[in-house]
Each structure stands twice: as structure tokens, then as C-alpha cells.
Write a protein that binds this ligand. Structure first.
Ligand code: PEP
Ligand code: MG
Length: 294
């Protein structure tokens, strides 16, 4: 079975009728970069940068430390894209180096882009590291857990500040670096038309989108019987987002677990989803599924 999949390496992700869809891979550790290369994915569709903060004890990762890892990813992927998501901490991803205090309900608490906007210097350090790495490959930036336009405009302003600083220091970076937004809250779905004008690309995080749409903790084992990622509300939301993003002529990907759900691949293809980003080990099975679709 695995051998059969291996034969798909180097092949295109194209349906029988010629519709193409990108298949990229998600990473959550430095070691995963190797797995992505072996997987033959079209790039890194989601670089979960949290590990840099979670595996660093009580110390924040320095700009240099982050830069080295982002640069490694960029260089390893060559012309293939690397979408670096800024730290999506908080919720179920707690880091000792960030003192956000105790919260009664962390999954609805200070997390993702909210922490970044509360801790601007820490955020700017990450943005500078990503910008500096951007000259070594095809790097873009993506913001997690967005709920409002203001969050995106504020994050983009901080990105402009980071660019200005680097320019003054004569540090090289990609001036045209693309900025993406994750759609993983119902609020982001409802304003996806407006967001589509403000960002360059989009990726649907179905793990959090399921959690917040159904109002069910994604980590709670007691809910398995109720937790339905195929809920029609979710499929409708994905369709709405895809339409809104395409109306602005921009690209939409899916990077949550649902992207690897082969029972939905045909639905996603029909919606015109541009890219699916899955764990490296799932890339070839997804390619096989896509190539079987009429
Ligand atoms: C998601 O929420 O679907 C997602 C891709 O982000 P994470 O799983 O890291 O929260
Ligand atoms: Mg998420």
C-alpha cells in the first residue's frame, strides 16, 4: 500500500477532468521540514511556529534563533512556498515563556493574534525574523485566530514597522511578502468578504472553526459522539469563505484536519478550493484521491 503511494511521487494533483489543486504539508517541528521534503508536498501550507516558544522553557526565542529555523525551512523548500503562521499560543498551546496569567477559559481567552497584539515587541521580533528569512525562499506570513478587520490592520501596521526597522538597518527582506489570514472563527467567516480585500490569501483552520461553530471543545473526549466535523453548518461556512475569497480573485486553502478527510475531497474540489494542506504523511493518499476524482 505504502509502496503504491510512493509511485505517486512527482505526479500532479489533478482530477480526471483536469482540475488542479495544490497539496501542501503542515509542520509543527523543525524535524518536520525533512518529512515535508520526503512527502513530495507542493510546499509548507502551515508552519505552526508555536514550537519555537513552547520548547524554549522560560525564555523567549530570540530573533536570531527564529531566523535560523525559518531560513532553514525557506532554503530547504527552494521555490516551493513556506507559509509561516505567527505564534498561535494560548488556548491548548501554553508556553512558559509567555506570561499571560491564568484564565478560566483559555480556548476563548488571550490567544493567537490577540496575544501578538497585546505583546507587540514579541510579535515584532517574530515578524523581523520571518522577514529576514524571506530572502532565502518563497516565504509568506499568516495570522491565526482572527476575528476582526482591526486585528488584521493592526498586525499589518506592525509588519510595516518591522520592515521600516530592517530597512534602516540595511537588512534584506522580501518587500512584496504576502500576508494571509486564517479563517477559524465564525466571525471571520461572516466578514470573509471584507477580509478578502485586506489580505493576500486565506486558509481555513477547520479544527478551531469546528470547535467554535459547534461550541464544543476540540480536546474533550467526552464529546466524540457529538463532535461532527461533517456538520452541514461547517461545509456551508467553507463554501461561503471560498466564494468570498474568489470574488476578490484571491486563493483559499484548508489547513485543518478536515483537509485530509478523503470523504470530503470531492466536495472541496467542487468548491474550487485552491489548496489542501495536510500532515506530511497524508500528502500522497490525498494525491491518489484527487487523481481518482472524475
Ligand atoms: C485549525 O484550527 O484548524 C488549525 C489549522 O490550527 P491549529 O490546529 O494549529 O489550531
Ligand atoms: Mg487553529
Amino acid at each position: 500500500h505504502v509502496k503504491n503511494l510512493e509511485r505517486l511521487k512527482g505526479k500532479e494533483n489533478v482530477t480526471q477532468s483536469g482540475q488542479r489543486i495544490d497539496v501542501c504539508a503542515n509542520i509543527g517541528t523543525r524535524e518536520d521540514i525533512e518529512n515535508v521534503i520526503r512527502s513530495d508536498a507542493g510546499g509548507i501550507g502551515l508552519f505552526r511556529s508555536e514550537f519555537l516558544y513552547m520548547d524554549n522553557g522560560a525564555k523567549l526565542p530570540t530573533e536570531e534563533q527564529q531566523f535560523q529555523v525559518y531560513k532553514l525551512a525557506a532554503e530547504s523548500m527552494g521555490v516551493k512556498k513556506v507559509v509561516i503562521r505567527t505564534a498561535d499560543l494560548g488556548g491548548e498551546k501554553q508556553a512558559d515563556c509567555l506570561d499571560i496569567g491564568k484564565e478560566a477559559n483559555p480556548s476563548m481567552g488571550l490567544r493567537g493574534i490577540r496575544i501578538s497584539l497585546e505583546k507587540e515587541e514579541i510579535f515584532k521580533t517574530q515578524l523581523r525574523a520571518i522577514l529576514r528569512a524571506s530572502v532565502y525562499g518563497n516565504v509568506s506570513i499568516m495570522f491565526p485566530m482572527v476575528t476582526s478587520m482591526e486585528e488584521v490592520t493592526r498586525a499589518k501596521l506592525l509588519l510595516e514597522t518591522a520592515k521600516r526597522e530592517l530597512k534602516a538597518e540595511k537588512s534584506a527582506f522580501d518587500e512584496e511578502i504576502q500576508v494571509g489570514v486564517m479563517i477559524e472563527t465564525p466571525a471571520a467567516v461572516m466578514i470573509s468578504g471584507e477580509l478578502a480585500r485586506e489580505a493576500d490569501f486565506f486558509s481555513i483552520g477547520t479544527n478551531d472553526l469546528t470547535q467554535f461553530t459547534l461550541g464544543m471543545d476540540r480536546e474533550n473526549d467526552k464529546l466524540t459522539k457529538f463532535y461532527n466535523p461533517h456538520h452541514p453548518a461547517l461545509i456551508k461556512m467553507i463554501r461561503i469563505v471560498a466564494n468570498n475569497v474568489h470574488l476578490e480573485g484571491k486563493k483559499i486553502s484548508i489547513c485543518g484536519d478536515l483537509a485530509a478527510d478523503l470523504d470530503l475531497t470531492e466536495t472541496f474540489v467542487q468548491m474550487g478550493i485552491d489548496e489542501l494542506s495536510v500532515a506530511p504523511g497524508q500528502v500522497l493518499a490525498l494525491r491518489k484521491k484527487i487523481r481518482e476524482i472524475q
